[in-house]
Design a protein around this ligand. Sequence first.
Ligand code: ASP
Length: 320
Amino acid sequence: MLLRRTFLRKGLMLSGLPFALWPSRRFSIDEGSTPKFIATWNNKIACETAMQHIINRPQELLTAIEKGIHIPESDPNDTSVGYGGFPDRTGEVTLDACIMDHRGNAGSVTYLKGFMHPISVARKVMEDTPHVMLSGQGAYEFALQNGFEPMDLNTDESKKRYKEWLKESNYAPKINSERHDTIGLLGIDKNGRISGGCSTSGLSFKMSGRVGDSPIIGSGLYVDPEYGSASCTGLGEVIMRHCTAFLVTEFMRQGMHPVEACKKAIARICKRDDVKNIQVGIVALDKQGRTGAYSIHKGFNYIVCGPEGTELIESDSYFS
Ligand code: ASP
């Protein structure tokens, strides 16, 4: 039976070894098997939903990505994506998302209020407009005109947490807290086509108007149709300044394995920035169907779903 196994494994301790000496991974998911999906954090159902879709409709990789991302977007208990995402300092939930297809086309929405599925609005921007990115009121009008149903994205829980937050009004992003659960979902089909998407409500209690890395092509997500794809989670202000997803795909273009590419990008961030209290996690998938991930600190995990099953893997990190 497909999708039969899910278990936690620690990624290999890669630090210190030249890449040629790294042992091959012995996870249940084979390197190079396709179709395959990889997602940030424990987005198991999202990955398996994407996988199920591509099994039934092998030509629909982008729809598989979109359907997978719908899972956390509509989950009221996921407090950093879509419906139920924690609001900004004015009590508004504002969403960021982007999508890229196997040709390198891109669509994005930023600072979008009042719709459950920003990833689908981003796809519409990509497919039906001459633009890549729509923002704020313009994105809202566009979604309305295209039949998306407006709704209140706050839940009782998010309103309660906002009221609690107001008492102290203290803004301090925490490493690996529930405030970092952005979904970045990358996929490859049987023909070696790769696509990806990224969706978030951003940092909880952010300033009004703040946009993170997630909808920025090359920061929260990048797909290089010829070489590979990458997606990021963590503190967007750091991810953006390093064009992190693009950087990782460039390293893959230079011939690096996805693990090595993620590791090199994280090392570059750590060299330049004070990252003591900052988390960034990256997932990557290359044209050969090989996956990788790396983070600044411990505590980042990711999901890989292939023909052999699904695995939740704890990422290796720069600081142990
Ligand atoms: N990267 C997202 C942002 O800064 C947050 C996250 O990954 O949780 O908006």
